[in-house]
Design a protein around this ligand. Structure first.
Ligand SMILES: Nc1ncnc2c1ncn2[C@@H]1O[C@H](COP(=O)(O)OP(=O)(O)OP(=O)(O)O)[C@@H](O)[C@H]1O
Length: 751
């Protein structure tokens, strides 16, 4: 196809593209030189100067990273409009020395016709040209002409044509998601350029480009709303860390390095949960009643003694034989009523547990100090009591008593002790959960965290707070800055039309940041209470109601993109409808876009998947495939088949490309043992994954093992099978151990 390209057109485009790469090189050299100059200036000067240096180094480093990320496919399109103007479209915008634009950023309004023009509505284009490159060499051109009459004779001679999209889709997979900036389709463009405020739901079947469109949306929003989003950052939440690695290259290739990628299992700093609970446990942990359970668990750790509080303190010690020994002890007492009052006063402040603790501790110490003075018949004033309180705080017995009554708690300790101690669990769930539910939650102490635990930890973190005296001192010093934040926050509320729903001060609290030492993305990732400017949730159908609570906490302005497919819900705690999950937070303020074309799965494989869909979610329409398959999908009995040989055959058939073996959970280990696995399965020649792990991924060839066990292993087994089948871009083999499930009957007649 490429050999028939008119040589003249290729030559002309090559010379333009070479000029663009020269400009890119110059821009990169300038940014690197600027960065070296900042470093060369050294570390002296005032604190203000140091901060400015860091900010400027940060900006130059980001620019260098951005310019390096866009090397491949820098320029991929050109449009000629009816006004006689020609624009070249690329990953970033570039200007010449006269400051005239030589390359238009794909996100700029001028570039939009490149994505939306159709023969029916050419958006004032005469021609759209796709420019294919390898390295810095132009290898091919694709033209679509909307108005042949307006083209001059030489342009007409130079016309070339092959659907750019189909060429892209036919390429073998690399194990990492690529960008689609050169071939974004009109329905995807609508998703990508939808406005920033409010919640946008992108519902679409498998392979409709939801993930890839959402990532381009992140890049678009950062471009179009840079002022708002650069300070607050963008968070993309995916199903697991492997998925984050899978999509990790897309945004840098679009010139964006400032996005935080995470998963629900990683939302709580310091915890990397990957294990899932049993379905019934997952459903319970994802239930909103767990928010009340955590709240009750915190209150349960704010106790008073049954009667009066009594503590024995050391009054006199002496050194004997080099060892300090107690020679006199004394009993101090605080009556029950005073203990109750101390607890109620501390609670009444409405502050998080660890911060309210100071009040409780002070009140109890004061009561004990007064009792001590009285017992010793000493007169006392404010000053004496302050000293006495401090001395009491040094006493191990006093500390132990206070620790028992109102301990300092980390989220890990609170939730860990709650789930592993039957008495605590009973106390915190009384009136909220039944006996059976309680026993579902109970587990051994020190058990690894599950993904379902993370929203519980987040809930606990919110209620416990951190008593960080140092941080608070810093905060006092930054009071002035906070006032600026509040003014800013008021602006945000006005823009987002949220006034009345949230206090500007509360928003400013969340927005407040503590310094400029690192980039926005780094600061955001390290700060649990960070408020993001926009959050994108992928495979969003998997999130439980508790997980949504944790996510929404990070988006006070409620600007989010929710991407998923209700028909693919694999988690028993996941969504059955978008309204059910989103209404509590953005009722009547979410809009939905649907993607209906499947760019991944060939027609023949999608027909098999559609049969499964008819059984598991009959109300959902299967998306329409644009690709024809090269091989018919087939079913093979497991017994009597040598899996290694079958996989070798498939590898041979796909040539350069990726292959995955997808198994039920119970067969994962034995199957993985047959094929060498890298630490990151996506790096392995043969990726062996469970159906849960393969969410959002795709492979040239897919071998599904034991579909009947996949169906039986969870209440959402049908959905899991639907996901597994739709991972294939070219070839599908189903290895059934026993009879082929009825919903896959079509395969019996194939091949
Ligand atoms: N406009 C496009 N041009 C080229 N390739 C595209 C386009 N849209 C989607 N694709 C490709 O189709 C494949 C599927 O896209 P993606 O993974 O985003 O789909 P999805 O809707 O998230 O799928 P799933 O729900 O099954 O995970 C990817 O390889 C993607 O690059």
């Amino acid at each position: 196809m490429m050999s028939r390209q008119p040589a003249q057109a290729l030559r002309e485009e090559q010379s333009y593209v070479s000029m663009l790469y020269d400009r890119l090189d110059t821009a990169r050299e300038r940014a690197e030189a600027a960065l070296s100059t900042v470093f060369a200036r050294g570390g002296g000067g005032t604190r203000q100067a140091a901060i400015e240096r860091e900010v400027s180094a940060d900006e130059h480093a980001r620019r260098v990273a951005q310019l390096s990320g866009v090397e491949r496919g820098l320029c991929f399109g050109r449009i000629d409009d009816t006004g006689g103007e020609t624009y070249y479209i690329g990953r970033i915008g570039l200007r010449d020395d006269e400051h005239d634009s030589v390359l238009i950023d794909w996100r700029a309004p001028v570039a939009r016709p490149f994505y939306v023009a159709t023969p029916g509505d050419p958006a004032s284009l005469v021609r759209r040209r796709h420019i294919h490159t390898r390295g810095r060499t132009v290898t091919g051109l694709d033209d679509e002409v909307f108005d042949l009459d307006r083209m001059d004779e030489s342009d007409r001679r130079n016309l070339v044509g092959e659907a750019a999209l189909m060429a892209t889709l036919r390429r073998g997979r690399t194990g990492r998601m690529g960008d689609i900036v050169a071939t974004i389709q009109t329905e995807q463009d609508r998703v990508i350029r939808s406005g920033l405020p409010g919640a946008l739901v992108v519902q679409g079947g498998p392979g409709t480009g939801k993930t890839v469109a959402a990532l381009h949306r992140a890049a678009y929003l950062l471009y179009a709303h840079r002022a708002t989003l650069e300070r607050r950052g963008v968070l993309v939440v995916g199903p697991n860390a492997m998925f984050s690695r899978y999509i990790g290259q897309v945004l840098p290739a679009l010139g964006e390095t400032e996005v935080v990628l995470s998963s629900v299992g990683e939302l709580h700093a310091g915890v990397h949960a990957t294990a899932d609970d049993e379905p019934a446990v997952a459903v319970l942990k994802g239930d909103l009643r767990m928010a009340d359970v955590i709240e009750a668990a915190v209150r349960d750790r704010q106790r008073v003694p049954d009667g009066d509080l009594e503590v024995l303190i050391d009054v006199r010690t002496s050194i004997r034989g080099g060892v300090e020994v107690v020679v006199e002890r004394m009993a101090l007492r605080l009556d029950h009523g005073a203990c109750l009052r101390a607890r109620d006063r501390a609670r009444a402040l409405g502050r998080p547990h660890n911060l309210a603790r100071r009040v409780f501790v002070n009140k109890v110490l004061m009561g004990l100090a007064v009792d001590e003075a009285r017992s010793l018949d000493r007169p006392y004033d404010e000053e004496d009591l302050r000293y006495a309180r401090e001395a009491l705080w040094q006493q191990a017995s006093v500390r132990a008593a206070l620790e028992e009554l109102w301990p300092y708690l980390t989220p890990e300790r609170l939730v860990g002790e709650l789930l592993s101690d039957p008495a605590r669990l009973r106390a915190a769930t009384a009136g909220l959960l039944g006996d059976e539910e309680r026993s579902l939650l109970l587990r051994r102490a020190g058990a690894p965290w599950t993904v379902g635990d993370v929203p519980l930890l987040d809930e606990a973190a919110e209620l416990l707070g951190q008593d960080d005296a140092e941080a608070r001192a810093r905060e006092r010093a930054a009071e002035e800055e906070r006032q600026d934040e509040e003014t800013y926050a008021r602006g945000v509320l006005e823009i987002a039309d949220l006034t009345g729903m949230m206090e500007a001060t509360a928003l400013a609290e969340r927005h407040h940041d503590t310094g400029r030492a690192v980039t926005t993305a780094q600061r955001a990732a390290a700060d649990r209470s960070w408020a993001y400017g926009h959050v994108i949730v992928d495979e969003a159908q998997e999130l439980s109601a508790m997980a949504w609570r944790a996510i929404m906490r990070r988006i006070p302005a409620r600007s989010l993109t929710v991407v998923g497919d209700i028909a693919q819900t694999g988690s028993a705690a996941g969504a059955r409808s978008w309204g059910e999950m989103l209404d509590p937070y953005v009722k009547d303020r979410w809009r939905e876009e649907r993607l209906m074309v499947n760019y991944r799965t060939p027609v023949e494989i999608m027909d098999v998947a559609a049969d499964v869909l008819k059984v598991v979610a009959p109300e959902q329409e299967p998306p329409e495939s644009v690709r024809d398959g090269e091989a018919r999908p087939r079913a093979v009995p497991y017994r009597g088949t040598d899996l290694s040989a079958l996989v070798a055959e498939e590898l041979e058939a796909i040539g350069e490309g990726t292959l995955a073996v997808l198994t039920p959970d119970a067969r994962h280990a034995e199957t993985a043992a047959l094929f060498p696995q890298e630490a990151d399965p996506l790096e392995s020649a043969v990726a062996v994954l469970t159906v849960n792990q393969c969410k959002g991924l795709e492979f040239d060839a897919v071998v599904v093992v034991a579909p009947e066990e996949i169906l039986a292993q969870s209440p959402m087994g049908g959905q899991d099978l639907y996901v597994a089948i739709t991972r294939a871009t070219r070839r599908l083999t189903v290895l059934h151990d026993g009879g082929l499930p009825t919903m896959l009957e079509r395969l019996a007649h194939e091949g």
